[in-house]
Design a protein around this ligand. Sequence first.
Ligand SMILES: C[S@@+](CC[C@H](N)C(=O)[O-])C[C@H]1O[C@@H](n2cnc3c(N)ncnc32)[C@H](O)[C@@H]1O
Length: 471
Amino acid sequence: MIIKNVVIKRAGAKGISIGHSPEGKTLLVRGAAPGDVADVRIIKKRKKHLECITENIIQPGPDRRDPLCKHSEICGGCNWQHVYYSAQLKFKSQEVKDNLERIGKLENGEILPIISAPNEYRYRNKLEFSFSSNRWLTLEEVNSEKKIESRNALGYHVPGMWDKIIDIDECHLQQEPSNSIRLFVKNYALNNGLTFFHPRDKKGLLRTIMLRSTSENKWMFVLQFFEDPENEGLKLLEAVKLNFPQIVSIYYAHNTKGNDSIYDLDLILFHGKSSLIEKMPSVTSKGRTLSFKVGPKSFYQTNSAQAYVLYCEVLKMAKIKSKDVVYDLYTGTGTIALFMAQIAKKVIGIESVQEAIDAAKQNALDNNIVNTEFIVGDMREVFDEELWNKHGKPDVLITDPPRDGMHPKVVQKLLDLKIPKIVYVSCNTATQARDLDLMRGEYQVESVQPVDMFPQTHHIENILLLKLKSN
Ligand SMILES: C[S@@+](CC[C@H](N)C(=O)[O-])C[C@H]1O[C@@H](n2cnc3c(N)ncnc32)[C@H](O)[C@@H]1O
């Protein structure tokens, strides 16, 4: 059903805009922008609101622009690309403010102007694409009389649909030769009769690819096969190797599981190096460039250039001194810890993934950094008194949890420990605000610094500086 002439009032969470039906029902509209007047199609009825997509723009709002990407209407990856970047930043800042005030009950906290990303496009160092022999058809294709020749695709999932893949001709999120590699793989497979995965029927040779790149244009290519890759699959990898000399590392996996996650798979190194090296400039004029080993399973911030900006902001807000003991919770491969170790007396990084901790230790060795300790384990269990007695109580604590935020037990430990300064980095301001609400009895918010790591999307990184009230 279509509702005509909806006035879009404001930007909401997750790149969705908000308007109202003539009966006063709240409409959450994908693909719209504040100020637009649009016809919208209802796709789901909920108790309190209706979920809609933009069908037709009657009058564009002041922030609307033509999206660069031809796939933007179906691909949900870049859900703000139809508005100017300045407007995206405005919406993101507003979301930080709304969440911290509504959920975190922040009062009179200073929210600093959001730090924009230097590159609006081609900023990602990692992209993943899925094969499908049953691709998503556009409305034009469905309505057309023309016979659909091929349903094979290599691209992204349609938002919210695990079994529907949009074929992607060009994506603007990663530097070249990202598109060239993906199109080469697809065309090689089509020309040589290699089968694409059918997510429902569970058959087909080719399942997913992952492309990782460094700032120095070195590449890693990871291919997941669903069926046995012997012969035909390995010939494809050989062709990729020959055609793209910038790919210095090729892995593959034989994945017959129900999901695409590579984390519990045995990856086989087919060609080249086991990991890439990403470089990050020094924190001080006297310091040196840091090198980080990034393997196929490693977590590394996906926007390398802006990760440096983020870490510099953390450092600036934490005001770390040479006598400080610093804890870096959820350290990943230790990037923040190693960055801070150039100034602090000692940094202790904690993380649950063994491979990430191994990489963090290797990164410390490779960079000749001797004042770090890396500990593996679940934060709820390993971040305890025994650890504090062994390594010293933190003068500064940096925490960068996953999207779910910190477990209440971890928050309680932070409160018990009465750490003078906490710098809370988050990729989800709703859970960050929830944790803030638990801490605000004992901590006051000194500053709030949003950083945009992901232009064109609704994602936002936010840094909170918390100080112990009795200090
Ligand atoms: C947002 S990432 C942190 C990245 C890192 N600070 C950086 O900048 O590269 C969150 C990390 O928390 C880890 N993690 C998730 N749950 C955890 C838990 N319960 N205990 C310890 N680490 C956990 C994840 O493996 C991931 O590396």
